[in-house]
Write a protein that binds this ligand. Structure first.
Ligand code: FAD
Length: 379
């Protein structure tokens, strides 16, 4: 899919920044390295890609932001992930659903890299069936009392602020679901121990035991689930851009490898079997990029197309696994070794089939639209 000169310009800006300011990563960054990159990202405006200028953002659209995330993740996935969480991802709940006071209080801190926001949606008994969530927020006058728990919360160990989905009513319907901002240190709110996932990222559980959250922290209460999931599409697109960037990094390294690795007296790129593997990967990468850009462009034009996001999600998630797997194969024993990042790339992209809604859930939503039928998952 052709991109405009202005869009290509953002891609180039991000590529140059990543090349000059970020070290090519072979794992997720923590501690000093994480904060050092966070400062560089903030100094260059990358922590406010889609946020309005008045809060320190760059006011870019979702497509431009996705192009930048892809380029950042090609060199340093931690930095790309931070950039999308801070803008088109989790902070966008505040940007799109928050009131002016909330925006002024939190967004400038996000864009300057001082505040990290995480998202608390999934629960132990409500993953794919997100609307089965049981965390409650009970109105007690000037505050809400929260009870319940969340699981798999990415980067909770770093976060200062959490966008938490909860039930504000007791009808048992989806219309009860809304969201509230919970600050670290809130009485009754605890963050569980660090849990390392397959790629080495940290996720934590969140516990709310009579947590008292001021009323002014409410984002949305009534009939909000559709709006919340509309904003969540930005998280999905950011995650797919991250996956594509990591897959491109694996492909780039593999091209270098096949051109210099010699067997039987010649570069392995000279073997037709290898050439066909490269062409297959290239075709899938191009197709994945086209589908992702199409979904991001629709979202950027304020014509979000949930089918386009599901189509991109299904293809990018599957293709990235196949491509990174082939990259391991073409590196032979070096690909399987932890001394090289190929196996890490593979472990990273594996998440795309699960996070942001599993492939099966997206396929069901897509089929429902294609067949023009609603499928009740409970029957
Ligand atoms: C890397 C990563 C980061 C994440 N970050 C966050 C985060 O920051 N915040 C957050 O809130 N959550 C986060 N999650 C959680 C994520 O949203 C859930 O894992 C996801 O929604 C799936 O829920 P589950 O794990 O409970 O799986 P389940 O819902 O239990 O699914 C298990 C299996 O059953 C299948 N299945 C379930 N229902 C159906 C159906 N109706 N039809 C067909 N198949 C079905 C699924 O496709 C899957 O294969 C993250 C997950 C990952 C992997």
């Amino acid at each position: 899919m052709a991109i405009t000169e202005a869009q290509q310009n953002w891609k180039d800006v991000a590529r140059d920044f990543a090349k000059q300011k970020l070290e090519p990563a072979t794992g997720w960054l923590e501690g000093e390295e994480f904060w050092s990159n966070a400062k560089k990202l903030a100094d260059h405006g990358f922590l406010g890609l889609t946020l309005p200028e008045e809060y320190g953002g760059m006011n870019l659209d979702l497509f431009e932001a996705a192009l930048i995330i892809e380029e950042l993740c090609r060199v340093c996935p931690t930095s790309g992930r931070h950039a999308y969480h801070a803008s088109m991802g989790i902070s966008s709940f505040i940007n799109h659903l928050g009131n002016e006071e909330q925006k002024q209080k939190y967004l400038p801190q996000v864009t300057s890299g001082k505040l990290f926001v995480a998202l608390g949606m999934s629960e132990p008994e409500a993953g794919s069936a997100a609307t089965d969530m049981t965390t409650t927020a009970v109105d007690e006058g000037d505050h809400y009392r929260l009870n319940g728990s969340k699981v798999f919360i990415s980067d909770a160990h770093l976060a200062d602020l959490f966008v938490v989905y909860a039930r504000f009513g007791n009808s048992g319907r989806t219309s009860d679901i809304g969201a509230i901002l919970v600050e670290r240190g809130t009485p009754g709110f605890t963050i569980g121990p660090n849990e390392e996932n397959m790629s080495g990222e940290i996720q934590c559980a969140l516990y709310f035991e009579d947590a008292i959250v001021p009323k002014e922290n409410v984002l949305v209460t009534d009939n909000a689930f559709k709006k919340l999931m509309g904003v969540y599409n930005g998280v999905r697109l950011g995650f797919l851009a991250q996956t594509l960037g990591i897959t491109q990094a694996a492909f780039d390294r593999t091209m270098d490898h096949v051109k210099q690795r010699k067997q039987f007296g010649k570069d392995i790129a000279e073997f037709q079997g290898v050439q066909w593997m490269i062409s297959d990967m290239y075709v899938e990468l191009e197709a994945a990029r086209t589908l992702l850009y199409r979904a991001a462009e629709a979202a950027a034009d304020n014509k979000p197309d949930k089918n386009a996001v599901s189509v991109a999600k299904i293809f990018v998630a599957d293709a990235s696994q196949r491509i990174t797997d082939t990259c391991i194969q073409l590196h032979g024993g070096y690909g399987y070794s932890k001394q090289y990042p190929l196996e890490w790339y593979y472990r990273c992209v594996r998440a795309a089939s699960i996070a942001g809604g599993t492939l099966q859930v997206h396929k069901t939503m897509l089929a429902s639209d294609v067949l023009e039928r609603r499928f009740d998952q409970r029957k």
